[in-house]
Design a protein around this ligand. Structure first.
Ligand code: CUA
Length: 367
């Protein structure tokens, strides 16, 4: 064996040792990465039958993507460290490398198989959780700057609500529209979201299976008030839902016209514990339930929002009539220093009793 062959063998041995070292680091780092990825509690409490499959899908994606991430990072960092420039090598360049067919086939086939497999799996999950159910209920969701309105079919009209109410274990199909720009209707606890696109009706299905209240958010940057486009999804029992719908129907202008004055009492923020006939709804509770404090400052309500005018300052100059106009037709008179269109225009859909109570409450605060 000549001295040339000898150094060639040693070179190959060194390369194999490097590859082995790199592979070992990759396996250990992947295992740690997957363990961390699976241990992290990524999502809020699940509240729909769709959530389980989505959460499993997420875990599978973690298991599939963490090793890829780790492999790429390991190769980059390992090479930076192992093949770094040493003193005296400043002007040198490494030997040129030409095509390596086996390597190219491997790095094309593996990602292609991975992506195809994951896409197929995700497609199966999506069609499975979106399957139409018998006794499905349709709720229209309307997005506008910066609020959601929920419409329930009622007779030959609709009943509107600024909060979402869902009966437990009832399959629901949301039909989502937008009045202005693109929004995105998302209830993280349900794991489902879809864009609200002007001129289109998009939809998804959810069966809420856990009583409680969950945030409804907008997941598409839609303007100055985007961050405040948050409401509440109330998953309630069937009797509670029926009662709520009846309340909304009585309060709504397009309702059945039963017109019972009792609605004044029952239309308080949550309708619970109200005493009926003649008693005024609690305006302060309406203020809280409608999330007014998210945008307005009002000391009495413990609110400190700054998106809209400070009510501790501006109410003084407003009487009941003006206050009502500010709520139902916010574009008519814009407070100085604030842009038009930030205050949602859908508060005119508030049940009249709640609106009256809110106006009364705010007028009290102006004195
Ligand atoms: Cu609507 Cu963001």
């Amino acid at each position: 064996m000549g001295p040339g062959e000898d150094s060639g063998v040693r070179e190959r041995q060194r390369e194999r040792a490097s590859a082995l070292q790199l592979g070992l680091i990759g396996v250990v780092a992947s295992a740690i990465g997957i363990a961390i990825g699976l241990a992290i509690d990524w999502f809020p409490t699940a509240a729909s039958t769709q959530a389980d499959e989505i959460d499993t899908l997420w875990d599978v994606l973690i298991v599939a993507s963490v090793p890829v991430f780790v492999l790429v990072q390991a190769v980059v960092l390992y090479c930076v460290w192992k093949f770094r420039m040493r003193p005296g090598q400043e002007m040198q360049d490494g030997p040129p490398i030409h095509g390596n067919t086996r390597l190219e086939v491997i790095w094309t086939v593996i990602p292609a198989v991975l992506i195809l497999g994951l896409c197929t799996y995700a497609y199966i999950v999506l069609t499975d959780i979106e399957e139409a159910q018998a006794n499905e209920m349709t709720i229209n969701v309307v997005g506008q700057q910066f609020t959601w309105t929920f419409e329930y079919p009622s007779g030959n009209g609709v009943v509107r609500s600024t909060q979402l109410y869902l009966p437990e274990n009832q399959p629901v199909r949301f039909q989502v529209r937008s009045e202005d720009v693109i929004h995105d209707f998302w209830v993280p606890a349900f794991r489902m979201k879809v864009d609200a696109v002007p001129g289109l009706t998009t939809s998804y299905r959810v069966t809420a299976d856990r009583l409680g209240t969950y945030p409804v958010v907008c997941a598409e940057l839609c303007g100055l008030g985007h961050a405040y486009m948050r409401q509440t999804a109330n998953v309630v029992t069937r009797p509670q839902f029926d009662r709520k719908l009846q309340e909304l129907r009585r309060g709504a202008p397009q309702g059945t016209g039963a017109g019972q004055s009792g609605s004044a009492g029952q239309a308080g923020a949550e309708g619970e514990g109200a005493t009926g006939q003649g008693q005024a709804a609690d305006g302060k509770a309406v203020f809280a339930a409608q999330g007014c404090g998210g945008c307005h400052t009002l000391a009495d309500a413990g609110a400190s929002g700054t998106t809209g005018p400070n009510l501790d300052e501006v109410l003084e100059a407003r009487d009941a009539e003006k206050i009502r106009e500010d709520i139902v037709d916010p574009g008519k008179e814009i407070a100085e220093g604030f842009a038009n269109g930030i205050m949602p225009g859908n508060y005119s859909a508030l049940p009249p009793a709640e609106l009256d109570a809110l106006v009364d409450y705010l007028e009290e605060q102006s004195r």
